[in-house]
Ligand binder design. Structure first.
Ligand code: AMP
Length: 294
């Protein structure tokens, strides 16, 4: 393995909350600031860009790698989720070095003890649309794991990808509601050469399907041009028609919503920014993307 920073130092990987607490306590005593990037592993360049952003803002990076069972509403998706912490650690070490970086890769028991269940959260309605409506309980699971991680790690800054735009807005709300002194920052969507949004789930696609999935970004660009001269409804119908003509790609939803409230928009207005949100399925893999429209 090539190690950019030092041949002899290895990245710190901790598997229990007690070990992590001890480690962080000594860092904080030395005046280190903490940047935190939560992930479910199977790391790609999108994840790494979040880590680079955190490292540019703080002196120590904490990355969590944990496939959180309570945010999955589909058992098959949970079981098939790729897991390889050693490979992930090598990817981080090769790209970012090992100095001032710590990985927290707990077991389910370390996080949940005996009770693997989600707490209930309300996020002022942000949770009732799109991913919240289509994946019941998903944002309760997200809230449960993030409340646990935020209170354990107490980061100064935490970075989230705009790929999961609804999640980013919900995390900002969660931190506000829990009155946690953490700055939440969004980071741009990283894409593959054919503009498919990078995702750990892309690994499950055949080569041909992965190429075809570039259509999702193309459809968002078409939606953006269409929206310039047509109404919200006309744009939604146009996109639905595009997908109806696709043999191998199925549309789950396409919605135009207000970026801040995430409420579906029915009419254009200068007072808000609209964003298109899409979920499509290829070879049984659920792919998500979004794009600012104006
Ligand atoms: P995940 O491991 O899928 O839970 O994602 C961990 C974090 O990485 C989340 O904040 C995601 O929004 C972010 N992320 C995932 N894919 C991308 C991407 N293609 N570009 C930017 N951020 C991403």
């Amino acid at each position: 393995m090539f190690v950019g920073y030092s041949e002899f130092s290895m990245i710190t990987i901790l598997h229990t909350k007690d070990d992590l607490s001890k480690h962080l306590k000594s860092l904080k005593n030395k005046g280190e600031t903490i940047g935190f990037v939560p992930t479910m592993g199977a790391l790609h360049a999108g994840h790494l860009s979040l880590m680079e952003e955190a490292m540019s803002l703080t002196t120590t990076l904490v990355v969590s790698i944990f496939v959180n069972p309570t945010q999955f509403n589909n058992q098959n998706d949970l079981e098939k989720y790729p897991r390889d912490v050693s490979k992930d650690a090598s990817i981080i070490q090769e790209r970012l070095g090992s100095k001032n970086i710590c990985i927290y890769a707990p077991t389910v028991e370390d996080v949940y003890d005996d009770e693997v269940s989600a707490k209930k959260y309300t996020y002022d309605g942000l949770e009732n649309v799109m991913e919240g409506a289509n994946r019941p309980g998903h944002f309760d699971g997200v809230g449960t794991i993030l409340e646990f991680l935020f209170k354990l790690i107490k980061p100064d800054v935490s970075i989230f990808g705009e790929k999961d735009f609804q999640q980013l807005q919900i995390v900002k709300k969660l931190v506000k509601k829990l009155k946690l002194p953490i700055k939440i920052k969004g980071a741009a969507i990283h894409r593959e050469p054919n503009m498919l949004a990078m995702s750990s789930r892309n690994e499950r696609l055949s080569k041909a399907a992965r190429m075809q999935a570039g259509f999702i970004f193309k459809s968002l660009e078409l939606a953006k041009s269409h929206f310039k001269v047509h109404s919200v409804l006309q744009t939604e119908k146009y996109i639905e028609k595009l997908y109806a003509a696709q043999k191998d790609i199925t549309l789950e939803y396409f919605t135009i919503a207000d970026e801040k409230t995430l409420k579906t928009v029915t009419r254009k207005s200068k007072d808000r920014t609209c964003r298109a949100f899409i979920v499509a399925h290829i070879e049984g893999v659920r792919l998500i993307d979004n794009m600012k429209l104006d």
